[in-house]
Design a protein around this ligand. Structure first.
Ligand code: ADP
Ligand code: MG
Length: 239
């Protein structure tokens, strides 16, 4: 409606896609577990940032997204809130903690992966969201063992993940959400083939891609991977 258009204009949000829900103005107005809302509050997040206002409700209804928003705008929580919510609801429905991974976040570096896992633990506190970090520099055997014990979320770099997947039989069918963080880097030379290899091992997950800027070339590749992708840009484009 006009009101939604005005709100997006004010927030400098532009969207491209068949149907993207209205931005949320508070975390409480999205349908996520109470415990997650408490964790968000405990993290000191009073209000969602613009990228969170738009990406969270869209991700929560299962849409695949290609999102651009400047560095420091809170992109991490904009995918972790939906992931934590999904994992919590899933394990609630199964009456047990998930034994198979439900979500995977890929980032280009070990350091970023560590930060993402830390934030996932913070938001998932008290909820059944075990995480596994799959990055270089740590013993692969321990990472494998951790996954085999049963984790909901895998956070890793493409190289180490492929190493692990080619040497061991790991069930990835259960992964319903795939995040590519720093997607401008992830879909360009160097990482592109590795990311596609991992993507092909999954069975049609919801795909959430984030970056500060999205080059046209990356948008093209993203559309080839996910044909019904929605595009969300926050802030003035290409500034
Ligand atoms: P980006 O990935 O967009 O560069 P981050 O996800 O790393 O940004 O977030 C940057 C900082 O903002 C982090 O310290 C994070 O904890 C904080 N942050 C995220 N969302 C909020 C929020 N809604 N309110 C306050 N701080 C937030
Ligand atoms: Mg980031």
């Amino acid at each position: 409606t006009d009101q939604t258009a005005l709100l997006r204009l004010k927030l400098e949000i532009s969207v491209k896609g068949p149907f993207i829900p209205v931005p949320i103005l508070s975390f409480a107005s999205c349908n996520v577990p109470q415990k997650l809302l408490q964790n968000i509050e405990a993290a000191g997040y009073e209000m969602p940032t613009p990228v969170q206002m738009q990406a969270i409700p869209a991700a929560l209804i299962g849409q695949s997204l290609l999102v651009s928003a400047e560095t420091g705008s809170g992109k991490t929580a904009s995918y972790l809130v939906p992931i934590v919510s999904y994992c919590a609801k899933f394990s609630h429905q199964q009456f047990s903690n998930p034994k198979k991974p439900l979500a995977m976040v890929l980032t280009p570096t070990r350091e970023l992966c560590i930060q993402v896992e830390e934030q996932a633990k913070l938001l998932g506190r008290g909820l059944p969201i075990k995480t596994a970090l799959v990055v270089g520099g740590d013993a692969m055997a321990r990472q494998l063992h951790r996954i085999q014990e049963g984790v909901a979320l895998i956070v890793g770099t493409p190289g180490r993940l492929i190493d692990l997947l080619t040497k061991h039989d790991i069930e990835l069918d259960s992964i319903s959400i795939l995040v590519l963080d720093e997607v401008d880097c992830m879909l360009q030379r160097g990482f592109h083939e590795q990311v596609l290899q991992i993507f092909r091992a999954l069975s049609h997950p919801q795909v959430l891609m984030y970056s500060a800027t999205i080059p046209k070339e990356v948008e093209k590749i993203a559309r080839l991977m996910v044909k019904d992708i929605n595009i969300v840009s926050v802030g003035r484009p290409n500034k």
